[in-house]
Design a protein around this ligand. Structure first.
Ligand code: SF4
Length: 442
């Protein structure tokens, strides 16, 4: 049996089979949706935008526009600079955005496009007019996952916009890839602590808004660019990403550049991780944890006790983004379940050590910890460890069918059920309707 201390050797594969990750510009596109009046533009072929749009629509059930510089065979050989400039002109003319976020794709990265230079030329050619903010982020999918693209874009926006002018009591929150419902929950928590919070990204409305009377070219919502400019003046930043390297962290950047204290923590799923969030907010604001959360915490603990005889000792396989796997494995341990497989397509190198810190030693010692894997490798481990339950996104559907065990759908994407965007995973407020959850995952 493998242990946490003994990292398994990676077998040689001819190809990845059903990857346990998504493409890097998809993460970038999600973040761009969380900034007000912003359009994402992928520098590459039209198929990349179409695939990502389709993927996001299937989960969020909202209209999603992603522009493309539309590479052809000719552009792939001679470069797509002129295409990108034309795309920028078209987006500006049609959408009148305040910001355009340009993310590269496998193709433009492979031919070595200098997007910064193309944007400089575009700005110089339009120096007499008013241009939107033009931002570039490098997101080669062959080098990273959707989470790499996501965090790279949060960092790129922070670097591009954040300035310091005095000091405010406001806090920045870098929540990672959570659901719109989770974002609304976090905003409610900060309101209850009576502290202003700026979230990057905030797609709680843009990707889960109400029904429209008239069509909006850009969905209403998102954090305004002007508000993001003030991040350098904030009192603190919270980041739910403990596997993220400091040089890739927007919170670490704010601390380094503007002396904004940076606090990192696990995604607040379950009581232990939520306690850490509430303690941190208490520390920042000097306020006691609002009574509503103390009451909800007690009710949730009571629900844990009620469910204990059903879930205690149940072996579970958890997969997905590294930070999600750590938070969910911690939550599973909290309610008495045993994470026998913890797997991710991510490759930060932090999953193993973070799980060792987070899980009880008895579970951590025997769990199969799999980093940078696809679903064929997860299946191999699951067949060996015989979990009774899978927990992860909809990409595990085929595996659940093969193993003939239930799949608890969480995170992103949940595209074979309606309402993935409205799952609440974080916090302690809701008593679970099903004993396996701290939020409303089922
Ligand atoms: S070619 Fe690369 S960037 Fe485009 S959809 Fe495929 S993985 Fe994503």
């Amino acid at each position: 049996m493998r242990t946490l201390e003994a990292k398994p050797e990676k077998p040689a594969f001819a190809a990845t089979q059903n990857p346990c990750k998504l493409c890097a510009p998809l993460g970038a596109s999600l973040v761009f949706r969380g900034v007000e009046n912003t359009v994402g533009l992928l520098h590459g072929s039209q198929g990349c935008s179409t695939y990502i749009r389709r993927y996001m629509i299937s989960h969020f059930k909202e209209p999603v526009d992603i522009a493309s510089s539309n590479f052809s065979e000719e552009t792939a050989v001679f470069g797509g600079g002129e295409n990108l400039k034309t795309a920028l002109e078209n987006v500006i003319a049609q959408y009148h955005p305040q910001m355009i976020g340009v993310a590269s794709t496998c193709l433009s990265e492979t031919i070595g496009e200098d997007v910064e230079k193309i944007l400089r030329e575009f700005r110089a050619a339009h120096s007499t007019g008013t241009l939107p903010e033009l931002l570039n982020v490098s997101t080669p999918s062959y080098k990273g996952t959707h989470m790499d693209g996501f965090h790279a874009t949060v960092l790129a926006i922070t670097k591009h916009l954040a300035r310091r002018s005095g000091r405010q009591k406001t806090i920045s929150i870098f929540p990672g890839l959570i659901s719109p419902e989770d974002m609304r929950y976090l905003k409610q928590v900060t309101r209850d602590f009576d502290v202003a919070a700026v979230m990057l990204p905030d797609y709680s409305e843009t990707l889960d808004g109400g029904a429209w009377d008239t069509y909006h070219l850009i969905s209403p919502g998102g954090t305004p660019v002007a508000v993001l400019r003030e991040m350098g003046s904030h009192a603190a930043s919270l980041e739910f990403a403990t596997t993220l390297a400091p040089e890739k962290s927007a919170g670490a950047y704010l601390e380094q550049q503007f002396e904004v204290p940076h606090m990192r923590m696990d995604l607040p799923i379950g009581v232990t991780a939520s306690d850490r969030l509430f303690e941190t907010l208490s520390l920042i604001t000097g306020q006691a944890v609002p009574g509503v959360y103390q009451t909800a915490r007690g009710r949730l603990l009571d629900a844990y006790a009620d469910a204990h005889k059903h879930v205690f000792g149940v072996p579970v396989a958890i997969y997905g983004e590294e930070d999600w796997v750590i938070a969910l494995a911690g939550f599973a341990a909290e309610i008495g379940m045993v994470a026998v497989v913890c797997a991710s397509g991510g490759h930060s190198g932090q999953l193993r050590s973070r799980l060792l810190e987070r899980l009880p030693k008895t579970i951590a010692k025997t769990a199969e910890i799999l980093e940078d894997v696809d679903f064929s490798e997860i299946e191999e481990a699951a067949r060996k460890r015989q979990p009774e339950l899978l927990v992860g996104n909809s990409k595990g559907y085929a595996l659940a069918r093969k193993l003939d065990i239930p799949l608890v759908r969480v995170g992103f994407p949940v595209h074979d059920r309606i309402g993935g965007q409205r799952l609440l995973h974080l916090g302690v407020t809701r008593v679970p309707s099903v004993c396996l959850t701290s939020g409303s995952m089922l």
